[in-house]
Design a protein around this ligand. Structure first.
Ligand code: ATP
Length: 328
């Protein structure tokens, strides 16, 4: 993606930590990425590597014990990282919206779907009239491929896939410029997963918005995204176009991740097939956080944080195999 393309979001040197009784969890550290207008960026990595935390920090929705320790989050060149809650409210859902992991199971079972979407709409448009809201709900149902005659059904009358479409409709209620989808197909069976992937791709064509797709599943990324950021233990270790990162991956972690999906269009193996487990982020390893599991680790990997090296065309890799250390 060209550097001249307009950025919807610019994240630099982002550190997000959590205070817990036994210390500080360094969940996201030194994270840099851009999200361009109209593109879809995949955030991929094993469970606990900081994908959701990165997303929540761009929404100002960190849990109470979480905080941005350092860094910049710019939307339309406006700095958001130091926003007060009142400032976040102006921007959250209107400009950037999120479909949360497992949210389709969080619909209120005793309220009609139309009521729940109407609540989301009137929160942002308190002056909207009932008929305008109904019109918008019908529009949203059509947009996400739901039968608009069913807006007054209850959640239990909808399948899992349909409820996920409702969650996407709710996130789109205020026409956001950025949509973040956290594990949008988890907990759905394979056929329905494929339908949700098709929906995401249709929405990309119909609405000119940018997307961040969070998943541990590389095959979903390859079907829905333009670029991939690979996260490991709170850091982005490789970033580039889907083609560069999947066909020409440089970081040993990315290579192992891809090795766990021998044919990303075929049968999947589990990511757990990578030997060892990710480190405890209460006390992450020094140097490269992957060095304890890396078959190519050298002495420098134990002590120095690798700097991101640019391979051209926006393909960045943070690994000592390719030189460069940070000053931090
Ligand atoms: N509220 C919290 N308090 C303490 N630690 C937290 C909190 N939320 C997340 N963490 C920790 O922050 C790290 C990053 O978690 P995060 O949920 O962002 O990872 P993830 O890549 O999205 O994982 P998953 O795929 O399982 O959702 C993990 O070590 C997690 O245990």
């Amino acid at each position: 993606m060209s550097e001249n393309k307009k950025k919807a979001l610019e994240v630099r040197d982002l550190n997000v930590f959590f205070k817990i009784s036994t210390g500080t969890v360094r969940a996201v550290e030194n994270v840099d990425f851009d999200l361009y207008e109209g593109e879809s960026l995949g955030l991929v990595g094993e469970s606990g590597c900081g994908k959701t935390t990165t997303a929540l920090s761009t929404m100002g929705m960190l849990p109470d014990n979480g905080y941005i320790d350092n860094g910049s989050i710019k939307y339309d060149n406006k700095e958001l990282a130091n926003n007060s809650e009142a400032e976040w409210q102006l921007y959250r859902w209107n400009d950037i919206a999120m479909v949360f992991q497992g949210a389709m199971n969080a619909l209120n079972p005793v309220k009609k779907i139309s009521f729940q979407i109407a609540e989301a709409i009137s929160l942002h448009y308190p002056k909207a009239k009932d008929d305008e809201i109904k019109k918008r709900i019908i529009e949203l149902f059509k947009l996400v491929g739901l039968d608009s005659s069913r807006i007054d059904d209850y959640p239990h009358e909808f399948s899992g896939g349909m409820r996920q479409r409702v969650m996407i409709a709710m996130a789109l209620a205020c026409n956001p410029r950025i949509l973040i989808a956290d594990e949008p197909t988890t907990a759905l069976d394979v056929m329905i997963q494929a339908q949700i992937i098709d929906l995401i791709n249709e929405l990309r064509k119909k609405i000119s918005m940018s997307m961040i797709i969070i998943t541990h599943d590389l095959s979903i990324i390859s079907e829905t995204c333009d670029r991939i950021a690979v996260m490991y233990a709170g850091n982005i270790v490789e970033l580039g176009t889907v083609r560069d990162v999947i066909k020409n991956s440089k970081h040993p972690y990315t290579q192992k991740l891809i090795g766990a999906f021998p044919n990303i269009y075929g049968e999947k193996k589990r990511i757990e097939s990578i030997p060892g487990t990710p480190p405890n982020l209460l006390d992450p390893p020094s140097g490269c956080r992957f060095h304890l599991r890396c078959s190519e680790a050298k002495q420098i990997c134990k002590t120095e944080v690798p700097k991101s090296v640019d391979f051209g065309n926006g393909h960045y890799v943070a690994c000592h195999l390719y030189g460069g250390v940070t000053n931090e």
